[in-house]
Ligand binder design. Structure first.
Ligand code: EPU
Length: 418
């Protein structure tokens, strides 16, 4: 298992570009199952979750080929199997998103129930509720969800809770259903909007993009598409936080500012100076940092996927900060590791109280999930001495060669292959 060794204390400087959005890609890869023509993704990220989705598509008999370092060609054939196996699905919950497209295209899908997850229970009841509303007969057999429908029928779908992948799953299925589907309480996250754009390019008839009410008129077939994946908003936020925590001066390019407003505003509130353009942000320390209040929320609120990284930064902000996680019930796994580096954090239920300390010190720390790992990386960049971040595979799931990007900004970071 690889680990990162980071010698902290270097203010990062320079310009760095983000890769394509991991979470957009995972949905778009599932969407490729809807068409017999290929879907070409440009600006595609080389992250482990994408490799997992390639393997899942492979298990379904659909080819995914890297045509260039950042160009991924998907599908262009009929799925030859309709089962997504436990061995793959259990490693990545997002694989559950193949359920809707497979069912809509093949009339049958058998997808392992994802199981537990480090950041919370993460049920899939809303995915199933939506597909059942479209007429699917859904059974749970041997740990697998088995869904059948000779042709899905459009229907009203009202989500009880806003769910990103649930919205995407049901939306994809509705594109090939007969008649009209109206989805209420659809998720507003940019990855849903990006998926809608690509489905429309494939010939889907969807209205309401950017709102929580989507109307889909089903069609009988979808064509292929070529799409440039939007820059990863969470990678962008993580790199901005890396610059902020080291007192550096970094410009992050290839992002969509509209998707990052809450993060940019929070960094300003913490005391950083940010120059923004539609596709880039420069961040610098203008003066001392300040403790703030952060509450994670649905888009356009502050993203749960940036909670751990902002916590690392707040550990070094004088005064107290209050950080509340509202989306996932168990997303404070990084706290005990940050404490080992000298952070002063008290957790009470879903709220963490952080008292800023003068400095962090390097330590061996254990990555527990993707964003928790990113926060440890950030803490290591600012700490005195060496930090060893173990279980780097969590970071590799969602960050494309992050150590190379950080090193290009001056960070002293090495990957050790144990
Ligand atoms: N929920 C339900 N029932 C459902 C679905 C969700 O109760 O059927 C609950 C979840 O348990 C959670 C909340 O709704 O408490 C939100 O979950 P959501 O379904 O929106 O999350 P997701 O679609 O499974 C995506 C991202 C996550 C990101 C969340 C929230 C992908 C592949 N994953 O997950 O990304 O945190 O939306 O924005 O798109 C990450 O990249 O590190 C990551 C975890």
């Amino acid at each position: 298992m690889d680990r990162f060794v980071i010698r902290g204390g270097v203010p990062l400087a320079g310009t760095v570009s983000v890769s394509g959005s991991k979470n957009s890609m995972l949905a778009l890869m599932a969407a490729s199952l809807l068409s017999e023509e290929p879907v070409l993704l440009q600006n595609a990220a080389r992250v482990h979750d994408v490799s997992t989705m390639i393997r899942i598509l492979g298990a379904l008999g659909v080819e995914a080929v890297w045509e260039a370092d950042d160009v991924l060609r998907l599908g262009g054939s009929e799925p030859t199997a309709t089962e997504a196996p436990y061995e793959l699905v259990r490693t990545m919950r997002a694989s559950f998103m193949v359920l809707g497209p497979l069912l809509a295209r093949c009339g049958h899908a058998r997808v392992s129930l994802p199981g537990g997850c480090a950041i919370g229970a993460r049920p899939v009841d809303q995915h199933l509720k939506g597909l059942e509303a479209l007429g699917a007969k859904v059974e749970l057999v041997g740990g697998y969800v088995e869904a059948r429908a000779s042709r899905l029928r459009g229907a009203p779908v009202v989500f009880d809770t806003s769910t990103v992948n649930g919205t995407q799953n049901v939306l994809m299925a509705a594109c090939l259903a007969e008649g009209q589907t109206r989805i209420q309480n659809a998720a507003l996250e940019p990855e849903v909007g990006e998926l809608i754009g690509v489905l429309q390019a494939m010939g889907a008839r969807i209205e309401g993009a950017g709102t929580d009410q989507l109307t889909v008129e089903g069609v009988t077939r979808l064509k292929g598409a070529t799409h440039r994946v939007a820059g990863d908003r969470i990678e962008a936020g993580t790199l901005l936080a890396a610059a902020a925590i080291t007192g550096g001066d970094v410009t992050v390019t290839g992002l969509c500012l509209d998707q990052l407003a809450s993060v940019v505003e929070k960094l300003r509130e913490i005391g950083l100076e940010l120059d923004t353009r539609p596709d880039r942000v420069r961040v610098r320390r203008a003066g001392p940092l300040r403790g703030v209040r952060v509450t994670t929320a649905r888009f356009p609120g502050f993203p749960t996927d940036m909670q751990a990284q902002i916590m690392a930064l707040l550990c070094l902000a004088p005064g107290s900060s209050v950080l509340t996680e509202t989306i996932f019930e168990n997303r404070f796994m990084h706290v005990s590791e940050l404490q080992r580096m000298g952070a002063d954090i008290t957790v009470n239920g879903r709220t963490a109280i952080i008292q800023g300390v003068a400095g962090l010190s390097g330590a061996p720390v254990m990555a527990t999930d993707l964003r928790a790992s990113a926060s440890l990386l950030l803490a290591g960049l600012a700490a005195r001495g060496d930090t060893h971040v173990m279980r780097v595979y969590h970071i590799d799931r969602g960050y494309d060669r992050i150590e190379q990007k950080l090193a290009s900004l001056g960070a002293r970071i090495r990957r050790i292959r144990d």
